[in-house]
Ligand binder design. Sequence first.
Ligand code: UDP
Ligand code: MG
Length: 327
Amino acid sequence: MDNKQAKRKKILSIVAPAYNESAGLDAFYSRLISSTKDLDLELEVIYVNDGSQDDTLELMSKQRSNDPRITIIDLSRNFGKEIALTAGLDHALGDAVVVIDTDLQDPPEVISEMVAKWLDGNDVVNAKRLKRRGESWFKKLTSYMYYRFLYQLSDIKIPKDTGDFRLLSRDALDALLKLREKHRYMKGLFAWVGYSQVEVTYERDERYAGDTKWGFWALVNLAFEGLTSFSVLPLRLASMVGVLSAFIALVFGTLIIIKKFLYGDPVAGYASLVVLITFIGGIQLLALGVIGEYLGRVFNETKNRPLYLVKDMQKSRYLSNQEDNKS
Ligand code: UDP
Ligand code: MG
């Protein structure tokens, strides 16, 4: 038995979340299979259907009927990519796991490079994008600035220009799965666990089909999520602005008093009063908003709801075998 276990081929799990991806899912599958077939590893594919309204689930089931290496996790509704990813990772059995988008923006061909780095003994292999094709200059620019901004602000070093596409060893994955917070900014969580991290680079392709699920506001929200999940700097900033404005008020007040005594100026102005009051009011509301943002997070974390609900699960042969062995 021991001998057999030592000889057992290592399993590579591919976790692929999909939300309304029916247009490209078959192309994804065939590219994934053809680009990993030469690896000396067993492949496990974990699809997470994140409440798709099109026939993504049917396509997955069809693929699975020909390929028992596929697990399908059908979530009860759309939970968003970060949670869908978590659901997939929770069920991965592999010795290593690769997280990849199903829209073919993360080229499956890079996986073999990642695996090579993993076999060299690295625990986390990040895929860093060199180029992003088919995205507007506005998205590229804001994303460029955001990653650098976040890098400066957050307490942990989140790799720049790196999406969710990466490989994790079993150790790194187990560490990651211990983090059960509700607000999941995956890029940050991946970085938080540490371990030996290396990079491979790739050019990000255009979406194979369909449209991005991230509208402008969804991205703004994600950006906030990243900031507030990994930094308390906004809170500190609020106090600093408070100190600063108190200081300005002190200087200004002193000036007025001096002017009054030296020149006998009448105390001037309704206008400056109004400006000052609204200015201070604005700053107070801003600070309150920042506090509220963090309070909201605390509120959400304390509710203790499960991260996601699984409506149905179609298990791969690995997963069914494992459960047979347990019982
Ligand atoms: N996705 C998901 N749930 C969502 C939104 C997206 O599972 O609520 C999946 C989507 O199917 C894709 C990946 O997450 O495989 C990345 O989404 P998208 O391509 O829309 O994001 P972008 O590449 O524009 O950042
Ligand atoms: Mg995409």
